[in-house]
Design a protein around this ligand. Structure first.
Ligand code: ZN
Length: 292
């Protein structure tokens, strides 16, 4: 099965801009584009390296007006200013309005709306950005992060639906997303520990493609602390099985996971029978190809 190809009409495709995590070892930080009918429409996370990959792939961001942030760690948001810069310099109209979804605040982490204010609104670090190139309006939406809260529908327009559900990533408020279009769907786990798996399974039920962040090895092979942040391969496989997803793509790869990729896949395949693969930067995966 190929992992790249041209877009088919009426289809979703995933473009991986960053398949890595917080460590600098040659992969971009977490970032993805969702294409609808071959056109980039949604940005999921904006980790460091996103800006570079957009240029390398010569992606046209004109129609990207929705940003989904899984959480506000730097490896998922460090290039957010770069996204707005790239977008404002390529926008075909004179103004642009963005909806940026992300978790509500908690502990050391601001809410998504406060985060955006600190960056781009009056008195913010890059207030100038909103009038640089195109005039921009950046509208933030804070999503519930209590694991008991209901799934939120963020958008339902022209057959495109986006939903979110709370997850858990130690002390960092976090959410997972699902994008549906016609009969295809892509779900994004973001970073989450195993305590949030019931929510993730509910969100990803029957989806065409699940992008799961695989940043640890099965216990006890990663530091114990990391299991309060991330889900082990064994549990990723069980979740993919229980959610009956059609294709599992592993991303947010850490160096030790990359080095043990064979045993990671074996652990997942012990419970999940579907196709599973590792993401890499600049991979383009049409959903129709993934589910063949
Ligand atoms: Zn991360």
């Amino acid at each position: 099965m190929g992992l790249s190809g041209t877009a088919l009409a009426g289809s979703l495709a995933l473009v991986v801009l960053g398949s890595g995590g917080p460590r600098p070892f040659g992969r971009g930080g977490s970032s993805y584009i969702v294409e609808v009918n071959g056109t980039p429409r949604i940005l999921v996370d904006a980790g460091p390296g996103m800006f570079l990959r957009v240029g390398e792939l010569n992606l046209n961001l004109d129609q990207v007006d929705t940003v989904l942030l899984t959480h506000l760690h730097i490896d998922h948001t460090g290039d957010l200013p770069g996204f707005f810069l790239a977008r404002s310099l390529t926008v075909s109209g004179s103004s642009a309005r963005f909806n940026v979804f992300g978790p509500a605040g908690g502990g050391l982490f601001p809410s998504t709306t406060r985060f955006l204010n600190l960056l781009f609104e009056k008195g913010g670090a890059w207030e100038y950005q909103k009038t640089f190139g195109a005039d921009e309006e950046i509208h933030g939406v804070d999503l519930p992060t209590d694991l008991t809260s209901r799934e939120s529908q963020l958008l339902y327009k022209d057959g495109l639906r986006i939903t979110a559900i709370a997850t858990h990533h130690d002390d960092c408020p976090s959410v997972a997303y699902r994008v549906d279009y016609q009969n295809e769907s892509i779900a994004f786990s973001g970073d989450m520990d195993a305590s949030a798996l019931p929510n993730l399974i509910r969100l990803a039920k029957g989806c065409s493609l699940l992008v799961f962040h695989c940043a640890v090895l099965d216990p006890p092979n990663s530091p114990a602390l990391l299991y309060t942040l991330h889900t082990a391969p064994k549990h990723i496989g069980e979740a993919a099985r229980d959610a009956q997803v059609k294709f599992l793509l592993l991303s947010h790869t850490a160096p030790d996971v990359e080095g043990a990729s064979r045993s990671v896949l074996e652990s997942i395949k012990a419970s999940y029978n579907g196709p599973v693969s590792f993401a890499h930067d600049k991979m383009r995966l049409p959903v129709t190809m993934a589910i063949k």
